[in-house]
Design a binder for this molecule. Structure first.
Ligand code: SOE
Length: 389
């Protein structure tokens, strides 16, 4: 069986998710399209690079991503670093002829994302941006129902992504609160997942009207480089610095196909953890999803007899997208790991079969244009049209 050598740049929280995906992919998808080999992991901190190699099962480690990107033994560069380094690493990797999977958002701005897209197109390599949630079987099932026409023409998409890990003012100021590193706040970090779902399920977005807010204007500076996502609070005596990104964003949407909708995202919603939801209304029915109950898809079809019409729950299992590869009975439990395993499978399949995979850098770039338009709209307090270069 063909083997593909992976170099993973970054060894933090997302590195864990990607490493499990490479290890687990052939256990679910057999025969695997190819066997991913965890070759080299890179972190600028040598101690962390060494620990990541031991913990995540990489053969070697390095502190120098440039030499790893040039290594002829490497087939795939996997970028799991903070957003400000995505463009530089991806462009160098494309020039070196490597296939690239990059964590979301693709970059800090549409301009950076466009340079990445141009580089992968010119190099002719495969590329993917890791908006993993659309690979939740229930979301792929929603897509299937929509494509089959089960809910008819789509009228409305209402999506949310609500978390609470930054609601406490003592949740420290990590790179996610610095515009120079992250590009934006809740918008780039989590609203982009919902924008990806909206585009995947409904179609491309033509116009946005947005508002955004920074609730906690300064935060204690984080000690150490590891982002613990608010689980470790800083003391009140720690030096504070200004937050220059959004805590919360809301936007009205118009789609190319005439549908309308909205998205909301915040990391300051007490009690919400990974509350990714959408409700889609069509002329013939409705679909409703909540990631906190991710084995379930709620559906209501207008064709159901009137005396029993209403939302019912479909539990995803072997009869549904990716189901044969996953678990043998519905509701055994689909998790974050499964979405990453499916993502790794689909990316590696696209390399082996020379096919396109989605979401790719084109999608990542388009989402970045929509994100920039949301920020522009929030500043200008008016509708902004989406224009791709
Ligand atoms: C933090 O908000 C975060 O880790 C996001 O960056 C991820 O994309 C999301 O999947 C989980 O939450």
């Amino acid at each position: 069986m063909r083997k593909l050598n992976i170099a993973m740049i970054g060894g933090g929280f997302m590195g864990k998710a990607h490493s499990i995906a490479y290890a687990g992919m052939p256990m679910f998808f057999w025969p695997a399209p190819a066997l991913p080999q965890r070759k080299t992991v890179v972190d600028i901190n040598e101690e962390m690079a060494k620990a990541a190699a031991e913990r995540y099962g990489f053969e070697s480690y390095s502190t120098d991503w440039r030499s790893v990107v040039e290594d002829p033994a490497i087939d795939i560069i996997d970028i799991v670093t903070p957003n400000d380094s995505h463009a530089e690493i991806a462009i160098a990797a494309a020039k070196a002829g490597k296939h690239i999977i990059c964590e979301k958002p693709l970059a800090r701005t549409a301009e950076e994302s466009k340079r990445m897209l141009d580089a992968v197109k010119e190099a002719g390599v495969k590329h993917m941006v890791a908006f993993n949630y659309r690979r939740t079987p229930a979301i792929a099932l929603a897509k299937k129902y929509i494509e089959e026409g089960s809910i008819g023409k789509i009228l409305n998409f209402r999506g949310t992504y609500l978390q609470d890990w930054s609601a406490d003012p003592n949740s420290p100021l990590s790179w996610r609160f610095r515009k120079s590193v992250a590009g934006s706040g809740a918008l780039g970090d989590i609203a982009t997942h919902v924008i990806d779902m909206a585009r995947y399920l409904v179609g491309d977005i033509s116009e946005v009207l947005a508002t955004s807010q920074t609730w906690i204007k300064e935060r204690p500076v984080q000690s150490g480089s590891v982002d613990k996502l608010g689980t470790v609070k800083a003391g009140s005596d720690v030096r504070k610095e200004a937050v220059d990104v959004d805590d919360e964003v809301s936007a009205l949407l118009r789609f190319d196909n005439g549908a309308i909708g909205s998205i909301e995202a915040t990391r300051n919603a007490w009690g919400r953890n990974n509350f990714i939801t959408f409700e889609i209304h069509g002329e013939l029915g409705s679909i409703c999803f909540n990631y906190e109950r991710r084995d379930e898809l709620q559906v209501c079809f207008s064709s159901d007899p009137e005396d029993r019409r209403g939302f019912r729950t479909v539990y995803t299992g072997p009869a549904h997208p990716y189901g044969e590869a996953l678990w043998p009975i519905p509701a055994l439990g689909i998790g974050y790991t499964e979405t990453k395993i499916i993502e790794a499978h689909d990316f590696i399949s696209s390399i082996v079969n020379d096919t396109e995979v989605s979401p790719n850098f084109e999608d990542g770039y388009r989402i970045a244009v929509i994100s920039d338009a949301i920020l522009e709209s929030a500043n200008a307090e008016k509708w902004v049209k989406i224009v791709y270069m």
